[in-house]
Design a protein around this ligand. Sequence first.
Ligand code: TTP
Length: 197
Amino acid sequence: MENLVLASRSPRRCELLNRIGLVFETDAPDVDETCSLPAGEAVRILSLRKAQAAAESHPGSFILAADTLVSFREEALGKPLDPPDAIRMLRMLSGQTHQVYTGVTVISPDGRVFTDSDRTDVTFASVDDAEIADYVRSGEPMDKAGAYALQGRAGMWVTHLDGSDTSVIGLPLYLVRSLLLQAGYPLLAAAGTHHIV
Ligand SMILES: Cc1cn([C@H]2C[C@H](O)[C@@H](COP(=O)(O)OP(=O)(O)OP(=O)(O)O)O2)c(=O)[nH]c1=O
């Protein structure tokens, strides 16, 4: 079976790939995550950077990488710098619709590059300062783009989602499937015996 490397330290991305039964190793070299492009373009470039960095040390493997940014009124929101920054972001998102962009890149063993991105619109209910402060104290926002986790407590705030839930959590599985198939990864054989209970 061909080797698949997930170039990520995100436990959510690992969990999502495990969910579809793929066997993979992880290796996430450090990359420069600064990019001044709009979020929708930046996520593709950043996922490409992550994939290329991992490909250097894994010749002959399939490489998969992703990057997620939240965007509200043209401002790209990555991970909060500190708790006050998380509070600032969540106050902005309260009662509003924002965009979540996730870029995905696959590199095939012969070095061909396949890259695409997803845009999903998420609408939050109004959340007051006390609830935001309590959420930030929980620590959940600190390693998440936009300072929230759809798969966690912030799932209670989502009144509408137009797009892909797995994309918001960091890895749009429909793009993983399509890019791996384009790259020639034997997806059916790899996931064939897996089923959830
Ligand atoms: C909006 C949102 C983001 N996130 C996470 C997904 C990503 O892990 C993170 C965005 O940061 P990224 O820089 O995309 O990824 P990462 O640094 O966590 O992992 P790596 O670069 O090693 O792959 O935010 C959630 O888990 N839930 C959410 O609802």
